[in-house]
Design a protein around this ligand. Structure first.
Ligand SMILES: Nc1ncnc2c1ncn2[C@@H]1O[C@H](COP(=O)(O)OP(=O)(O)O)[C@@H](O)[C@H]1O
Ligand SMILES: [Mg+2]
Length: 317
């Protein structure tokens, strides 16, 4: 495979192939589905609030976020630029103390719901760290705290709220969202698919992890010089050719670490992979990715994504 090589254009396989041309079969009806609310915009906000209420009922005080607010200046942060925004947060490229070009996620703590969701996200980032030696694709948290308020000049420059407490989560830089990524080769796209599938599979098997908000803006891609990505699946080492790219899965605010019979993540992964199949140039690469879509459609949950010779034989060493 021509890992990291130049994109080849094929006259027979235009980039803009549509869904029906991809031959994607209709998805099976999922009886054990979570509520099918859209995960975008307002619906996501509602969903996050609903989840907050449910968890609040169980856990008591919704404002019980552990950290005492600290002054912004104590953090010694230099912000370079805005990296992206979601429903809850704005994320910036920063230097933080000795860490260069890392990511800063800021969420204004204007409601009890945002306090709670930030605490859940931090807890989830800590939980997923348990398997960081078995799967390299979940974003690593470097630090977190709450700041009392952000200086007026910083608020003006980066459109933040003045006189408002903010949740601060400092994360490793995961790169660009999959939605925007321009890949250098089809092999890079296949590698991104394999990395995502294995990450979700290992996390499910080890921690009963469900992301619950997996989509093409919560999967990031960065360049890497590592030749392989290493996984441990059921005690067995599995290696995927990186082909110059590393996947990072972010935004664990809605994630669960508890058995729950759902194919929700798999349905979202199908959408992501179909989008990636459209980015391929060669028919053969498209077929491989559509195989991954089929595997996601047929698996009972993300634990069932491995083993699968039909897909992983192409992508693993
Ligand atoms: N660790 C990171 N590295 C690089 N960019 C990031 C990182 N985390 C978030 N981003 C960017 O910020 C956007 C919003 O971040 P996200 O954590 O998904 O916020 P929200 O919870 O509001 O959806 C992402 O889609 C991505 O573009
Ligand atoms: Mg997000």
């Amino acid at each position: 495979m021509n890992c990291g090589g130049k994109k080849k254009k094929s006259a027979n396989s235009p980039v803009g192939t549509n869904k029906s041309k991809l031959g994607a079969p209709k998805e099976k009806k999922d009886e054990t589905e979570q509520p099918s609310a859209s995960v975008k915009g307002e619906s996501l906000k509602k969903k996050k609030n609903k989840r907050m209420k449910m968890t609040t009922r169980r856990s008591g005080n919704p404002t019980a976020i552990a950290n005492e607010p600290i002054p912004w200046q104590n953090l010694k942060i230099k912000i370079y630029k805005h990296l992206g925004s979601g429903v809850m947060g704005s994320v910036f490229l920063i230097d933080w103390q000795k860490s260069k070009k890392v990511a800063l996620k800021l969420v204004p703590l204007t409601q009890n719901s945002s306090w709670h969701l930030c605490k859940v996200e931090v807890d989830n980032l800590i939980k997923i760290r348990q398997i960081s030696s078995e799967v390299p694709n979940f974003v690593k948290m470097l630090n977190n705290c709450i700041v009392e308020s952000i200086p007026a000049e910083v608020c003006k420059k980066f459109q933040l709220l003045q006189n408002t407490k903010y949740s601060v989560i400092i994360l490793e830089n995961g790169g660009e969202p999959l939605a925007k990524k321009i890949f250098k080769s089809d092999e890079q796209i296949i590698s991104a698919v394999a990395q995502t599938m294995l990450a979700m599979c290992v996390a499910k098997r080890r921690l009963d992890f469900q992301h619950v908000d997996i989509h093409d803006k919560n999967i990031l891609v960065s360049e890497t010089e590592s030749e392989i990505m290493e996984y441990v699946v059921d005690g067995r080492k599995v290696r995927v050719r990186a082909c110059g790219v590393k996947v990072t899965i972010i935004d664990l605010q809605l994630s669960r670490f508890k058995y729950y019979p759902s194919r929700y993540d798999l349905r979202r992964l199908c959408d992501v992979f179909i989008m990636l199949a459209k980015k391929t140039n060669e028919e053969s690469a498209r077929k491989i990715i559509l195989k991954a879509v089929e595997i996601c459609r047929n698996a009972p949950d993300s634990a069932g994504l491995w083993p699968n010779d039909q897909f992983f034989d192409h992508t693993c060493r």
